[in-house]
Design a protein around this ligand. Structure first.
Ligand SMILES: Cc1cc2nc3c(=O)[nH]c(=O)nc-3n(C[C@H](O)[C@H](O)[C@H](O)COP(=O)(O)OP(=O)(O)OC[C@H]3O[C@@H](n4cnc5c(N)ncnc54)[C@H](O)[C@@H]3O)c2cc1C
Length: 395
């Protein structure tokens, strides 16, 4: 603890995972002052990863994160939009809240394609329940974007009997996230599950009845879903004086440029000492754990946040897990046969492992994540050998 005066009024903007976790952490650290949680949605905080997985396949209807919210002693304001920040005051669509500390946790919003036709996105539980209704046998569905979300939606929709086409602008699926070379290894999965994957397709617009392509072609569809990425939900902070840089620009302690203001989760771009640059992730694990650091620092601490990022995706009957960040210039190494049900991709910077993707290999991922964390030197030959445990590749 430092000598900074401790807050008595903490306001959190955004009632998703990062917002709720911040409230939980503050209370678990003994904070007993006023705590206000403001969320634009009507629903109390809920989990998003199942929306494209178990909820979309019909195995789940509700992903509420915490049933006993009242136990946290929060002033919960749902259906309320935070609209403006001035020093010490958060303005919302209904009233103004004076704060000693403000935590920005407004997440991200999906990018929409141009055009007058109806298009669906998937970010909220309302989006998910609406979309699930349309995933019926024989429905012609076009998903634009073969990223993580596009692949998961294609899996769920094909499983429900839809006729699914995925249009991807890039040369391979998942290329933005894991590069073309590794992304290409996931390409056969689409056909195996009866999904048509069309690469190098530049979409011009969504029209009534389907998609207009930039080359003049069209793709007919009953339902169009755009899964072309998200942007941090920070437009409402323009003009507030809070520095923005692909999200709320925060330092290694998750402090924004305005005193007393912090940010966490999908909306926060933080200084990563580990990777030597400002980074923003759309990872559940970041929204889960960054609030531990925010809460400690709101209460006067000086805790640094420098995670090995972690993400997972369930697609085409496989569990994909990714830890680290491979950035530019790292060297790719495959571990195992990508045609087999289990394999991994490793990225090395010099003699160190900086990122790892595993397919159905959770133990390898866990061990790889530790190697990335400790930044030990590894022997590439041993790492590439699936018969040798990942941890035994450390020199
Ligand atoms: C369908 C789907 C599947 C996913 N699957 C995975 C996965 O498999 N693995 C993984 O690691 N990650 C996954 N993610 C990502 C993960 O869910 C996010 O990283 C996580 O939800 C981020 O939490 P957050 O609290 O920062 O933001 P959010 O969950 O977006 O919450 C932010 C909240 O703030 C509210 N808000 C926005 N603006 C305002 C405002 N001005 N005023 C008040 N409230 C506001 C929003 O309405 C929202 O409820 C998935 C995401 C989606 C959408």
């Amino acid at each position: 603890m430092t000598s900074r005066s401790l807050p008595r009024r903490v306001v959190i903007a955004g009632a998703g995972l990062a917002g709720l976790r911040t409230a939980e952490e503050l209370r678990s650290l003994g904070y007993d002052g006023q705590l206000t949680l403001i969320g634009a949605e009507r629903h109390p905080p809920y989990d998003r990863p199942p929306l494209s997985k178990k909820l979309m396949t019909g195995q789940l209807d509700d992903t509420t994160l915490r049933e006993d919210l009242s136990g946290l002693g929060i002033d919960l304001r749902m259906g309320v939009q935070a609209t403006e920040v001035r020093p010490g005051v958060l303005q919302t669509s209904s009233d103004a809240h004076a704060f000693d500390a403000l935590v920005l946790a407004t997440g991200a919003r999906p990018v929409r394609l141009p055009g007058p036709g109806r298009q669906f996105v998937l970010r909220t539980i309302d989006d998910a329940l609406g979309l699930r209704e349309l995933f019926k046998k024989g429905t012609t569905l076009v998903i634009v974007g073969a990223g993580w979300l596009g692949a998961e939606l294609a899996t769920a929709a094909a499983g429900r009997g839809c006729l699914v086409t995925v249009l991807e602008g890039g040369r391979e699926p998942l290329a933005t996230a894991i590069g073309e070379q590794v992304g290409a290894l996931t390409r056969p999965w689409y056909g195996e599950h009866g999904v048509e994957l069309r690469l190098g397709q530049s979409v011009r617009s969504v029209e009534d009845g389907g998609i207009a392509l930039a080359d003049g072609g069209t793709v007919a569809a009953d339902v169009v879903v755009s899964a072309v990425g998200v942007r941090p939900e920070v437009g409402w902070l323009d003009g507030s004086g809070i520095a923005l840089d692909n999200g709320v620009a925060v330092d290694g302690e998750l402090r924004a440029s305005m005193p007393g203001v912090f940010a966490a989760g999908d909306c926060a771009a933080f200084e990563s000492a580990r990777f030597g640059r400002r980074l923003r992730f759309e990872h559940w694990d970041i929204a889960l754990h960054a609030p531990e650091v925010v809460a400690a620092n709101v209460l006067g601490g000086s805790v640094r946040y420098d995670p090995v990022p972690y993400f997972w995706s369930e697609q085409f009957g496989r569990m994909l897990q990714y830890a680290g960040w491979h950035g530019d210039g790292s060297r790719l190494l495959l571990r195992g046969d990508p045609a087999a049900p289990r394999w991994a991709a490793c990225w090395l910077a010099g003699p160190r492992l900086v990122a790892m993707l595993t397919v159905n290999l959770p133990r390898d991922l866990q061990q790889g994540r530790r190697l990335i964390e400790s930044a030990v030197r590894v022997e590439a030959g041993r790492l590439a050998d699936p018969a040798i445990p990942v941890r035994d590749s450390a020199r």
